[in-house]
Design a protein. Structure first.
Lengths: 158, 422
């Protein structure tokens, strides 16, 4: 059912003409995704998903969309008409998913899902700051570079 | 069935953790009614206290000292005509107040009124609270945009910018408090609301006094950010009456407007409960170390009853002071009956079995009530900020201080953990 909500939300995102409606449908999709994380015993990821995507990023999206004049953009021709490329990309991605689904047993190690709901957050922290420390730091550095780049591009005189 | 209901009473878990659906429902109903009554009382108290601060009388006509004013207000709101502007975006206009109310009430799932008095205890409690309360900004933005009018749109834009920027400072303050929970033998912290209070109990110190003055500064940052988060004075730019009529809910009327009103006050109670849980020891009674003998425990458990008896005495005192005019007879009798009811509840709370279960809730509610009074006090005292001043304060003052406090807390905690208790 959750994936059904996600699918409907996703279709609404790309078919609505009004950008605000699209953004709201995207929020529904993201919330459904958070609930799927919850069902996979990943409460921390679900919480972060709600705070960052639904509560933070999407609000900024809406903020920008509302400042743009919507009446004009409604009349403009939509530029999502490259459906040939779209279909090819979608089939390729779908094929990949089906391949993983059918042959997944060979690719990924198989073991029962541990019920780690009680110390999920703590385990995540140990993993992130222990085993994957380097990747984590590199990712944060990348984000810092992106922020500085945005400031440099947006500001005329520094 | 009866055995199923009774089986929970002796447990030491929250109903959600025990998986007892009946008691979960009971708790949800109690919290919902309690909140509604608290919001009604709060509107009365706010008008009364503000009036007295400005040397006015406030509501006096409906009931003794205007006590029935909230009921009259809500009746008026329910009977008002419900208008949807023709140019408005129908569906979004319709759904926006529900999203705000939903976000405001869902938060109460994890708030611990006592070690067993919460609907459920979540592993990610505080994260859940911040996340769900951040969803309410969506409702505000939707309401402002869907009204298709200038004032609401400007109000919604202001409100969203303000809430998104203060959420950052708020998050940093919360992280520094969560970090303090990890100062135990195992060195692992917790995000669960009940776990946070239990950590304060185990360390024998409320986090506001921890690593003085670091805990105090973090608490101060949170206290400022939470006023901005709930769009209250002096940060009520989203609904600044002199500039934007009523901000994002200008076009709403009747029941829908009252939903926004309800959710604003509920959100105030919710963020105050976060502050109480994180820094003021949640349900723990005052002076747990200094006055820690069974006698003092006994004495403190009498407090809820004494507080209600005091209220009852105030009622009788004021009933006696009522003008001796035949027109005031109904009001005098009503006030006296109200006093008798309060007194009976107070006497009921003196039964040891009841007072043991109720005193946690009492201390929690008393601390939250203190915060609610502060809200009114701020509104009566501070002039409204300008928008650029607000942004400057959020990004240039609170955020750097929050980062500094976080780093210092982590450093001090590391030193204490490694050097003093090797």
């Amino acid at each position: 059912m959750l994936s059904g909500i996600m699918l409907i939300g996703g279709i609404l995102v790309i078919t609505r003409k009004n950008p605000v409606h699209s953004a709201l449908a995207l929020i529904v999709t993201l919330l459904a995704q958070a609930s799927i994380y919850l069902m996979l015993y990943a409460p921390f990821v679900a919480g972060v998903q709600i705070i960052l995507y639904a509560g933070g990023i999407m609000v900024l999206f809406l903020f920008v969309i509302m400042l743009v004049s919507i009446d004009r953009s409604m009349k403009e021709r939509q530029f999502n008409s490259q459906w040939v490329v779209g279909i090819i990309a979608a089939t390729a991605l779908g094929g990949l998913f089906i391949a993983v689904f059918t042959k997944g047993k060979d690719i990924f190690p198989e073991h029962a899902l541990p019920m780690v709901e009680n110390d999920n957050t703590q385990q995540l922290a140990t993993m992130l700051y222990g085993q994957y420390m380097f990747a984590f730091e590199i990712a944060s550095l990348l984000l810092l570079v992106a922020i500085i780049g945005a400031v440099v591009m947006a500001k005329k005189r520094i | 069935m009866l055995a199923y209901i009774k089986s929970y009473l002796s447990s030491s878990q929250t109903p959600g953790a025990a998986g007892n659906m009946f008691w979960v429902l009971v708790y949800i109903l109690i919290i919902f009614t309690g909140l509604s009554i608290a919001v009604m009382l709060m509107t009365w108290l706010e008008r009364k206290v503000l009036a007295h601060m400005q040397v006015r009388l406030g509501p006096m006509r409906v009931g003794p000292h205007g006590l029935l004013q909230p009921i009259a207000d809500s009746l008026k709101l329910l009977l008002k005509e419900d208008i949807i502007p023709t140019e408005a975006d129908g569906f979004i206009f319709w759904i926006a107040p529900f999203i705000v109310v939903l976000a405001a009430f869902t938060v109460f799932v994890v708030i611990p009124f006592g070690p067993t008095h919460a609907i459920t205890d979540m592993n990610i409690g505080i994260l859940f609270m911040l996340g769900v309360s951040s969803l309410s900004v969506l409702g505000i933005v939707m309401a402002g945009w869907a009204s298709n009018s200038h004032y609401p749109l400007i109000g919604a834009l202001r409100s969203s910018a303000q809430m998104v920027s203060y959420e950052v400072a708020m998050g940093l303050a919360v992280v520094s408090a969560v970090l303090m929970t990890s100062l135990n033998a195992e060195g692992t912290g917790t995000l669960s609301m009940i776990g946070i209070v239990q950590a304060q109990q185990a360390q024998g110190e409320w986090f506001i006094f921890k690593f003085f003055p670091l805990g105090l500064i973090a608490f101060f940052i949170f206290a400022v950010a939470m006023i901005a988060e709930t769009n209250r004075a002096p940060f009520d730019l989203a609904e600044a009456e002199s500039e934007l009529t009523a901000g994002f809910h200008t076009e709403y009327s009747g029941f829908r407007w009252s939903l926004f009103f309800l959710s604003e006050y509920t959100a105030m109670i919710a963020v105050s409960s976060i502050a109480v849980t994180l820094w003021l020891g949640g349900w723990l009674r005052p002076f747990p170390n200094w006055l820690n003998s069974p006698t003092w425990d006994k004495a403190f458990s009498l407090f809820p009853g004494i507080a209600l008896l005091f209220l009852a005495a105030m009622c009788f005192f004021n009933a006696a002071r009522m003008p001796k005019h035949p027109l005031f007879r109904v009001q005098t009798i009503g006030l006296a009956v109200f006093g008798i009811v309060l007194g009976l509840i107070g006497l009921f709370l003196f039964i040891p079995a009841v007072s043991v279960r109720v005193q946690d809730i009492f201390w929690f509610a008393a601390k939250v009530a203190g915060f609610m009074y502060l809200y009114i006090w701020y509104r009566g005292t501070f002039p409204r900020y300008r928008f650029d001043q607000l942004m400057q304060m959020g990004w240039k003052v609170l955020l750097p201080i929050g980062l500094g406090v976080l780093i210092l807390t982590a450093g001090v905690a590391l030193v204490q953990q490694n050097l003093w208790h090797p």
